[in-house]
Design a protein. Sequence first.
Length: 511
Amino acid sequence: MATEATADDTDDASDAPDAYDALLDRVQRWNAVGSASGVLGWDQQVMMPEGGTPARSKQLSALSSVHHDMVTDDETGELLDELDDADLTDEQAAVVREVRREYERADAVPVDLVEEISETGSEALQAWEEAKAEDDFETFAPHLEKHVELKREYAEHIDPDRDPYEVLFEEFEPCLSMERAESILTELREALVPMIDDIRDSDVELAVDTFEGTFDEETQEELSREALELVGYDFDRGRLDVSSHPFTSGNQFDCRVTTRFDETDPLGAVGSTIHEFGHAQYNLGLPQEHFGTPLGQSRDLSVHESQSRLWENHVGRSEAFWERFLPVFQEHFPQTDDATVRDAYEAFNQVYEDNFIRVEADELTYHLHIVIRFEIERDLIRGDLDVEDVPEVWNDKYEEYLGIRPETDSEGCLQDIHWSHGNFGYFPTYSLGSVMAAQLFAAAEDDIDDLDAKIAEGDFDDLHDWLGENVHRHGSRYETNELVKRATGEDFTADAFLDYVDEKYGELYGI
């Protein structure tokens, strides 16, 4: 059950101290630089000609340096010191808390290292794309090695006495401890491995052949646009494009999504498109009046992922959604005219025996994909694994955890874009977000009458309003657990997710 808004939800900032106003002005300016970098990054992955990488690397490096200089300027520290004992509203105190966290981490890292990391990321992105296309890990390996070295150095500057991977994890999830994250991953592994084994031993045969065949990419793109229109994407503030790895980029005024297409897997495109919609809807739902400040920015990647996984899994994979969407699908692909809603539901929720690709994984084995990446990147950063050994270790873990072994690096250790950006510590947030999505959706179901029926009718207004009220409008005002507790009445746990998958897959597979 969502908690009601309290009086302090509408703090009056009209009496803000002068130092607070000055700090807010600085924050808005450096976040504008960050937004510009985001647009250049989007362009690099979507529109930029292949030959543009050398210039783009310098452009992004320069903006990264400018941003770092603005954050770490002496005046920022002086304003924060001045606000230490100031009489602040709850909203103002939250802004100062978030800015202080960013300032202290950035101030610990030399600007030349920031520039080098940015430039390395631009070069590594192109190398990763080439390596993936050519199935050649050796092309990417030197760039990965450099990223690992730079990120170790980065973590050491922030806190030389702590586990460097834990320090990097806090870049993406600053409000939950590494211990808590590992605990949840362990709960998932211990619950899902035997469940998946039971499913594979089950005699139940789902309608997995329903969507076999060839589905041309141009029509899939038209279908993806209709899916976005159905769930309520605001094309006046966004756009849909194609990229090698689906992603979302933007803010509450301009938030763009990308997807990708496989002619043999139309459901994959539907899933990834709705997934990215969840990210975009969060960004677009952030308060416009707080643009450029922590109150107008998303909480963190676990919360962000909860929004995308909620829409992808609890909406897009639901039987109710396919009551509304199957006729649209069949209009675009008449070869599926004989499919029933139950067929579509089963096809979209089958548990695969031989899927190697994380973004195409089913809802259960997905988390083992995450565990593998988490263990590998953790060991890389800690110095317990050499880059040259990544492909073999990756393949060994897939064989151990999932019973499959990739035949190529492209379907193995080169499939994800994250390491080309140097984003070590990112992967755990995917599973944390999935767990959080189940807890939030369960609360929404409690609060919204006949939510399933509304989804079946294509009416998503109440769900949009619930998420906007309980998650989006708060920006980064609350730390993660408090945000979840305010929305659901409970601390953040894996209980709702485990109950959800037990019920759903128990019914599907008769286990």
